[in-house]
Unconditional design. Sequence first.
Length: 317
Amino acid sequence: MNLISILKNLKSKGVLGINQRNIDYVLKYNHRSLYPTVDDKWLTKKLAIEAHIAVPELYGVIEEEHQLNHLEELLKPYKDFAIKPANGAGGEGILVISDHIDGRYRRTNGRYMKLDELAYHISNILSGIYSLGGQEDKALIEYRIKVDETFKAISYEGVPDIRIIVLCGYPIMAMLRLPTHLSDGKANLHQGAIGVGIDIATGKTLSAVWENENIEHHPDTLQSIRGRPIPHWDQILDLSSRCYELTGLGYIGVDIVLDKDYGPLMLEVNARPGLNIQIANQQGLYARTKIVEAQLEHRHPVVERVAFSKKHFGMST
């Protein structure tokens, strides 16, 4: 099925378009003053730690050029780590180091970098090359995610992540994003990653879309994608629901990774989540948002919100 056929099929299933998303959900539920809580990943991480929401450990923050004089000392305790722009978007500017050998830093793609190359990359981050709006930025140095064994057969090199759309604390749709050779190991659909729908009720993978085509197998590993259970699914839903209180934003996309040692970790929250999740699930968001909005006068705790979502948004319902 090509993209046009998929879109026509979605229209009959209540697809949510970008203009409707912006007017009826982003503008309605996301107060502009709260955007910094999610646009700045450093602030998001600090708030998450205070709220006891699991996130990758922060090793250090570089805010000014002079700190680069002490970069080697900062990195010395760590064999592996990730460097990220605090205000980056779309995965741009992220540098992942898998090992440190003889004064060189090995990237996950097997290439090596010298200390001065790392410093140059961080300097670019500080200048705002990768940030939203090009404003000056900060570089976060944090724990490198170790991919859960569940995804080894259906992912290429990088770290898969899970995107969950949350409306006023109710998880309403979920998608697994799988890196490919085409995406250079990044879980970015626009760069060639695979989008896989997830059944909210069971946490099992559903349909998959890659390069605007429905697929059943990962193009690099050749392993079947459909019907794979996501570990810690209830914990993942709980974590995503709690991000509503964490940010104060009513319509968000929560990105979660599964670490083999630490389980679900929240990576970031997006106040303007994309809509490709509907294509991955072959279901529209609109009907699900209406179900949630119909009972928002009642304030429910996280556990009841998650139970409501599992009851109403499972693929068998």
